[in-house]
Design a protein around this ligand. Sequence first.
Ligand code: ADP
Length: 325
Amino acid sequence: MSNALAVRGVVKKFGNHVAVDGVSFEVPRGVVYGILGPNGAGKSTTLRMINDIIAPDAGEITILDGMKPGGDAARHIGYLPEERGLYPKMHVIDMITFMGELRGLSASEAKKRSGQWIERLGLSQWAKNKVQDLSKGMQQKVQFATALIHEPALVILDEPWSGLDPINAEVLADVVEEIRKAGRTVLFSTHGMEQAEKIVDAVCIIARGQKVLDGRLKDIKRAATAEGIVALGWADDRAREAAERVLADKALVVEQRPPRPGDVADCEVKLADGTDSQKLLSALLGAGVGLRRFELVTPTLHQIFVDKVGAAAAVAERRPEDRHA
Ligand code: ADP
């Protein structure tokens, strides 16, 4: 499948600070792709380079099989920047229509599509209001419309959920799904792994400017499941005691930890290299351990991320608003 985007060895420094440190990833056409990572990881900087707002110090960016950022490529991209910006005094319908015309639509087509988006996003009663009269969440929806009205082949959304309530977050997820069904490509950034996990086909996870892992979500999950976390539940206290001896065997289990929040297992264990879940199961049954639960755990993206980078790196390192301090 051809690529919507290829980023190769891209570097961006601000003074002595390396914000993006040799990041490479490819976004196939027709997928929903998430750039994920904590605040300050370098997500927005990467998206700004793709949109030619800033230039990389090193590396290469190729858009839609051959175009460089800016110029022709810009016409095929719909971009929701992190710093939202609309004309506050314009009426909502005129704002969206104006952006459609700027992106090459005829006045009548822009007006027609603007009306459709206003209805689609539940903004009909606000169409004739000034942008500044709308709540932050509603303004954000207007900005989505301005980014999407020209039906770009590549939609780039920087932290699209920030400022959206749960209902509008659903609307956004539906719109993203429609774009995917139309065979177009969505690239978005977020620090919210749970939200992203529901809609992505593939991800690139970054921390401290560097790629931690990338690939299709199902491949990442399959690999992480095979790495072997098993959730265990004991039938009774006797089973718990009997299990202790088995779990102390370092040839079977390298780590024992509490269950995930909300999980009714008694504990989770990480299997030792060279063993597998069947061997653990046999050992437990052989020791007469009564089991209520024995399940290979598919970790969440957040857990995979924490496993790869450690809990400290998984939280915000430096807030974006500190950047000008
Ligand atoms: P993210 O989008 O993942 O939260 P950013 O790409 O906004 O991260 O920022 C990455 C790092 O680069 C942060 O440490 C941020 O403070 C710094 N940074 C971003 N833009 C600038 C800038 N224009 N000047 C100086 N530092 C910046």
